[in-house]
Design a protein around this ligand. Structure first.
Ligand code: NAD
Length: 371
């Protein structure tokens, strides 16, 4: 099959959908690979690394004009126009971006959004949300350590003792767990909060303290269980009690990392302006929910700002700041997904009885197919 890998044109996007490692594997499967010149450069994969494994280097029209197009982000209008009607696009196409999906349908493309894969054991090797959130959680702590003008670990020196940083993590999915693990390695003292009760054990196993907010009604308990592993909006009664507990911790914190998300909705506000005002000068908040409106209303998406003496980091694409490893993991996710839609003989075969294929399908035959 003719497979194209265009360069990403979204501002700040440094990742690439196929690395030399996965290009080699696709070549070994008998496919012809066209990589747009420079597509991998920001992810430390120059053109020569692709030609060394047998891929062709081409221009944008060559990379888009293939039967199968592998991308990180969705296509813009001018890009969709370069793809032949009936071709297939695989990427992080954003299942909640109705206009983007319509663009694929209007160009008569078949589109698969890998973020929509179910959180099941079989789908784990192609779970882009996990592979990228893991990187985001790590990078959030790295940025916090860089912005924070004190040490993370406790130090006992001849010049006196330095206290360990107190880190509060709000939202403990994949990113939050990696943030805890990374901050722990740096020697911080960590507390964490999440709505889902199953998280407590995971937090404690990483050596952090769970901020317990007991469920008082059946409604609270049921909402906390979420759906498909994801959080649902919690009743206001629980959120009020969580807010009181979180406020106490945030006031004492040196670093707050927020990752709380509810799929398809605006991020819940967990750190209010009042809480920021009560923080110590020089404290840092890294808000991973910035693209979904932020867990703190003072966060500015894409900006780092100082408000009430607190540095607020609103980076919207943290995985892109670890471009090489983010691309390596993403490209392996893509490769594993392709096994579901390409036969051993190398032909495209879209089997909608496969739950992962059906869940990821966003556009086909001129229509948006999102479930
Ligand atoms: P996410 O990015 O959707 O959300 C981040 C976290 O924010 C979640 O833990 C969520 O519970 C939490 N949150 C939402 N509202 C909150 C609030 N008001 N206060 C505090 N926290 C709040 O989550 P994710 O990292 O994508 O993980 C989602 C689920 O998928 C988890 O249950 C995870 O264990 C599961 N998962 C399963 C697999 C698998 O089985 N293959 C793989 C990865 C993740």
């Amino acid at each position: 099959m003719l497979i194209g890998v265009p360069a990403e044109t979204t501002v700040g996007e440094t990742r690439v959908a196929v690395t030399p490692e996965t290009a080699k594997k696709l070549k070994a499967q008998g496919h012809t690979l066209r990589i747009q010149s420079g597509a991998g450069v920001a992810a430390s994969a120059p053109d020569e690394a692709y030609t060394a494994v047998g891929a062709e280097i081409t221009d944008a029209a060559g990379a888009f004009g293939c039967e199968l197009v592998l991308k990180v982000r969705n296509l813009f209008d001018n890009e969709a126009a370069l793809v032949k009607p009936g071709a297939t696009v695989v990427g992080m196409l954003n299942p909640f971006d109705a206009a983007g999906l319509q663009r694929l349908a209007s160009a008569n493309l078949t589109g698969f959004a890998l973020e929509a894969a179910p959180r099941t054991t079989r789908a784990q090797s192609m779970d882009v949300l996990s592979s990228q959130a893991n990187i985001a959680g790590y990078k959030a702590v790295m940025i916090a350590a860089d912005k924070y003008q004190r040490f993370f670990p406790m130090l006992m020196t001849a010049a006196g003792t330095v206290k360990a940083a107190r880190v509060v993590i709000l939202g403990v999915g994949v990113a939050g767990l990696q943030a805890i693990a990374t901050a722990k390695r740096l020697g911080a003292v960590i507390e964490a909060s999440d709505v889902r009760p199953s998280v407590k054990e995971q937090v404690e196993s990483l050596g952090a303290k769970f901020i317990d907010v007991p469920y008082e009604t059946q409604e609270e308990k049921e909402a906390a269980e979420g759906v498909g592993g994801y959080a649902r909006p919690m009743p206001q009664s629980w959120l009020d009690r969580q807010k009181a507990e979180v406020a106490k911790r945030v006031a004492q914190a040196d670093v707050v990392i927020t990752t709380a998300l509810i799929p398809g909705r605006a991020a819940p506000v967990l750190v209010t302006e009042e809480m920021v005002k009560a923080m110590k000068p020089g404290s840092v908040i890294v808000d991973l929910a910035a693209p979904q409106g932020g867990n703190c209303p003072l966060t500015e998406a894409g900006q780092t700002v100082v408000k009430h003496g607190v540095t607020l980091v609103g980076e919207t694409n943290l995985p892109a700041l670890v471009a090489a490893d983010a691309s390596s993991l993403y490209a392996r996710n893509v490769l594993d997904f392709l096994k579901l839609i390409i036969t051993k003989e190398g032909a495209l075969n879209i089997d909608l009885n496969d739950d992962i294929v059906a869940a990821c399908l966003m556009a086909q035959g001129g229509e948006v197919k999102r479930k």
